[in-house]
Design a binder for this molecule. Structure first.
Ligand code: ATP
Length: 250
């Protein structure tokens, strides 16, 4: 199994605060890796490292075999064309229609004609179960539909990898199930890699090929769903059982 991206001995600070210490993690190509952990553990920072939005203070970040931590912005922009990002709150522009929101990456990154763009937008919206909403505005859709539109925008350029930040947070169990299923289907359709930051265990158990658990900026456990569920590590077990993790020495 290939490696899509690798974090190697990465340290990250925000000002004086150390949020990641000597973290190493391989993201397996063609798989769904879920990153779990308590709030503030550094999960979103992992996504930002993977698309070059955050540079590590030390250590290496390699994506598709290229070391990106020392890349210039121009090269990073090229890299980001191959990585879709589904934001936590979808980040759609309220003043643009759903069709125009989904079209944005195509208008920015390709030389496709308007007709080609609108055709692809319509097909992509169809593939996330949102047919015929191109002319509606985000405020006219339900929370679950807005999330789907955010997924459509993340995948419209057929990226090699898609990063999802809390894709199901705040949604009811039925919509959570549908969106989780959609992440699996989109990964298959793109034949690519997905990294999902989530603390929704039901959803993670449904979709994860691999789980990486973060605790205080370090990986405390990594493995398949079964391996993580059977982990003898008390930090993992407390997290899975939903109780607060106390100051356990690691
Ligand atoms: N731009 C920033 N400036 C200062 N501190 C930051 C910044 N971004 C993140 N942090 C801090 O870094 C730590 C890790 O943040 P991160 O967002 O990666 O955590 P997370 O696990 O995704 O949390 P959550 O589940 O709450 O989104 C947190 O303590 C956060 O307060």
């Amino acid at each position: 199994m290939g490696v899509w991206a690798r974090l190697d001995d990465v340290c990250v600070r925000y000002g004086p605060k150390i949020v990641m210490q000597n973290l190493s993690l391989d993201i397996v190509e063609g798989a769904i890796t879920c990153v779990i952990g308590l709030s503030g553990a550094g999960k979103s920072t992992i996504l930002r490292l993977l698309n070059g939005l955050k540079k590590p203070d030390s250590g290496l970040v390699t994506v598709q075999g290229r070391e990106i931590s020392s890349m210039h912005e121009r090269e990073l922009i090229d890299l980001r064309r191959t990585i879709g990002f589904a934001f936590q709150f979808s980040a759609l522009f309220d003043s643009l229609t759903i069709g125009e929101n989904v079209a944005l990456p195509l208008r920015e990154h390709t030389k496709m004609s308007n007709a080609e763009i609108m055709k692809l937008v319509s097909e992509t919206l169809d593939s996330v179960g949102l047919a015929h909403v191109e002319d509606r505005f985000p405020s006219e859709l339900s929370g679950g539909m807005v999330k789907r539109a955010g997924f459509a925008r993340a995948v419209v350029t057929a990226p090699q990898a898609v990063l999802y930040d809390e894709p199901t947070t705040g949604l009811d169990p039925i919509i959570t199930h549908v969106l989780t299923d959609l992440i699996v289907k989109l990964r298959q359709r793109l034949n690519g890699t997905a990294v999902v930051v989530s603390h929704d265990l039901e959803s993670i158990y449904m979709m994860a090929d691999y789980i990486a658990m973060l605790f205080e900026g370090a990986i405390v456990a990594y493995g398949t769903v079964d391996e993580i569920r059977r982990s003898p590590n008390p930090i993992v077990q407390q997290f899975l059982q939903g109780s607060e993790v106390g100051p356990i020495p690691i």
